[in-house]
Design a protein around this ligand. Structure first.
Ligand code: O7E
Length: 211
């Protein structure tokens, strides 16, 4: 099974469906973020599932009070999302509200430079919370393989480490897999390339070499 997740951050429905279809052979799942939901509506989740048969990860990075997290997650799971991503820093009650409705991925660190300001200082506490709640997985930065190793070493076995930041943000698949990532998330390096299928195939093969 593939360990590659496509971050499908385009606005247009037709373009999204076309890229999803032509790369699906090399993917484990498709991640849908706000750009695509704003551009094409929530029904794109249902359509992507129908067209590809792949799991859909709704990356809404939920960060609200439990009731609002619940109201949003309910609609997103109903649309067919298999996983919903929630921020951990808002606290256990908000994360639990999502976990009660379906499989959840918790952000414990992020891949951009600014993540060092506020998130990285509390990553240990976010890992503790993840170990206590037992989500499907956590998000860790492919741009900092040493942090991926650290997060993996502190995390209970069985909780997946999912890493964005390969390609456009400078991370490499082989380094982050070596550091202990279970899945890598790739967006622009696939959907902005001249030939998304070929780019997905190349990254898939790099991932396979480490599996
Ligand atoms: O840089 P790209 O184009 O390969 O896209 C990366 C995708 O991963 C994009 O959708 C972005 O929003 C997401 N992402 C990060 O880049 N960094 C993070 O720290 C976290 C995510 C992410 O997927 O969050 C899930 C919670």
């Amino acid at each position: 099974m593939s360990r590659l997740i496509l971050a499908l951050d385009v606005y247009e429905r037709e373009r999204a469906l076309e890229i999803a279809e032509c790369t699906a052979d090399y993917l484990w799942a498709i991640k849908v973020n706000w750009p695509l939901i704003i551009g094409s509506g929530l029904k794109i989740i249902t359509e992507l599932k129908q067209v590809t048969g792949l799991p859909i990860i709704a990356d809404l990075k939920l960060a609200d009070i439990p009731n609002t997290n619940r109201l949003i997650a309910k609609k997103v799971f109903e649309a067919g999302a298999d996983y919903v991503i929630a921020h951990g820093f808002v606290g256990r009650d908000s994360v639990k509200a999502v976990m009660e409705l379906g499989k959840t991925i918790i952000v414990v660190e992020m891949s951009h430079p600014g993540a060092k300001e506020f998130i990285q200082p509390v990553t240990d506490k976010l890992i503790e919370m993840a170990n206590e709640l037992g989500p499907f997985g956590v998000i860790a930065p492919a741009t900092r393989p040493e942090r991926v190793s650290y997060i993996r070493s502190k995390l209970k076995p069985g909780i997946k480490v999912i890493t964005p930041g390969v390609g456009a943000q400078g991370g490499t698949a082989s380094e982050v897999l070596k550091a202990g990532a279970d899945y890598i998330i790739v967006g622009r390096a696939i959907y902005q390339s001249e030939n998304p299928r070929e780019s997905a195939r190349r990254i898939f093969e790099e991932v396979e070499a480490w599996s």
